[in-house]
Ligand binder design. Structure first.
Ligand code: SF4
Length: 307
């Protein structure tokens, strides 16, 4: 199967997903994709620390997608809004896409068939396909992750991705062409403050984003250690403290409250989408009222039913 049902409807991102590649050459240190079954059972035994150093195009990808599309019908859930996501276990514009063009071919098939597609990438390579997005601007939503705007810092933690400043310019090109855009402030880092969040808001507000998605750093598998190792290797003083996993629920609560207020002040309150991981939202380290506040951001069962 090329089109899979996606659990990312819980994050209100979409209902289905395509991942033409196993691996991602961007090699972000925070990335939890290598810990996910869709990667770790298909990466020929590579360990999490090899993330960024391998990429496997899926065999017969285009033929499999064509076969799926013969029967695929797209309605979707209230939370996922029927979007097909491209891609969330790899970056669909990982550098090798310039050669393989599996993402390009997938988009051509999906859009020609009339499906709605959400594309999220940390790569300016997406500009290669701008005219395709422009032609189908009623069916696409294009976004990038912008957890902060510091290019030098991003080089340490997102070594293979386009720099944040370049991603802002990329979004500007798409917005100017009439393509709807959004930003994912993800993952928001423990050593950043609301000032860093506001800098991102100021950069994207002129582009009239349709969504400001926000998620704090999710401790998963080895990602915190990998980030700390990369920071140490780069001579950076900042670290993610060993107490972060225990502080994570309260950090999530405090940040999302501040971020919602900042979005409201920027006139983007109705575009704000918070994702408090359910593990954080259920934490006994928070009060009942605090847990309720976080849980209110999570879709209900009814919101997740695909119709
Ligand atoms: S671009 Fe996305 S998928 Fe690729 S390493 Fe970074 S976070 Fe992971």
């Amino acid at each position: 199967m090329a089109i899979s049902k996606s659990k990312l409807s819980k994050k209100r991102l979409g209902d289905w997903v395509i991942n033409p590649y196993v691996g991602c050459e961007h090699g972000c240190k925070h990335c939890y994709c290598p810990a996910m079954p869709g990667v770790k059972f298909f990466n020929n035994g590579r360990v999490q620390r090899e993330w960024g150093k391998y990429l496997f195009p899926k065999p017969d990808w285009v033929e499999k997608l064509k076969k799926d599309l013969i029967r695929f019908r797209q309605k979707g859930s209230a939370a996922g809004r029927g979007y097909i996501l491209c891609s969330f276990l790899t970056d669909c514009y990982t550098p090798a896409e310039a050669n393989y063009q599996l993402t390009r071919q997938s988009l051509e098939l999906l859009l020609a068939a009339g499906f709605r597609v959400r594309v999220q990438t940390r790569s300016a390579l997406i500009e290669r396909d701008l005219s395709l997005y422009e032609e189908h601007s009623d069916k696409v939503l294009v976004g990038t992750s912008l957890p902060y705007l510091d290019d030098r810092f991003a080089r340490v933690l997102e070594p293979g991705a386009s720099a944040p400043s370049r991603r802002v310019r990329m979004l500007e090109k798409f917005a100017s062409a009439g393509v709807p855009i959004y930003v994912a402030v993800a993952p928001f880092m423990p050593f950043h403050t609301i000032v860093d969040f506001e800098r991102v808001l100021n950069a994207i507000r002129p582009m009239n984003p349709v969504e400001v998605f926000d998620e704090v750093l999710n401790p998963r598998s080895d990602n915190l250690d990998m980030m700390n190792d990369a920071l140490a290797d780069a001579g950076e003083a900042r670290r993610i403290g060993s107490g972060y996993p225990a502080a994570w629920p309260r950090y999530t609560l405090n940040h999302l409250r501040e971020a919602q207020a900042a979005c409201t002040a920027a006139g983007l309150g109705d575009r704000f989408i918070a994702w408090p991981d359910p593990r954080a939202a259920k934490s006994k380290s928070l009060t009942h009222a605090e847990r309720k506040w976080l849980q209110a951001w999570l879709p209900s069962y009814q919101d997740l039913v695909v119709r």
